[in-house]
Design a protein. Sequence first.
Length: 242
Amino acid sequence: MFAETLRHIPLNDTGGRDIAVGDIHGSFSQLRRALAMVHFSPEQGDRLFSVGDLVDRGPESDEVLNWLDKPWFHAVAGNHEFLALRRAMGDPYEVVDHLRNGGRWLDVFRDDERERLVQLLQALPLAIEVDTPLGLVGLVHAECPVTDWETLRSTPLRAQQLHTALWSVERMRKNRGDEVANVRAVIHGHVVVSSLRILGNCYYIDTGGWRPMGSFTLLDLHTLQPLIGPKGDPRVSAGFEV
């Protein structure tokens, strides 16, 4: 369904920053405001990395067509891209009702827009790895489906591993602190947290920027420090709204 398991992004040699953002959920105006706060500048070499769930729930999901065309914007597939893609292809995912989970925006798309959406979503990888000055950083929407990052390069994902990458909340529920081998950090969204939460070398950054009273966390992938985001104890409990 998705074109790649893993996409490699080389070192940013422009002097610009590499910044990760949590789930967007059709709230691109809020994202623009957050980026303005940190003076995000593609002209100066800044790149933006999304942990998935670009669409559904918010009022601007249709803007995903424009954002996925931007050369400085890189995204992994989330479970809401999976839902949107299945319905856009005429094969809705029966386990989860896309319409009841914010998917009504897709109903107003013209045929050519649906075709373009299918092309863009199918092109998304399940995981991204980014070379940084201090080592490799990965991004997977929900949970890394392997214990060793190297496995993503050599072994196709099984169905259960695909489900883990898009849907799992097991690490968060069990408060697991084990680390994914051969990667400096893995950045996730999917689970709403009140502030950046770190379990082992896994960073959860969906702080509900798509909610009316929420705010985006923007994480510098070079330093692994938030540029902006809600402050609080990174060990706080998470809310499981996915």
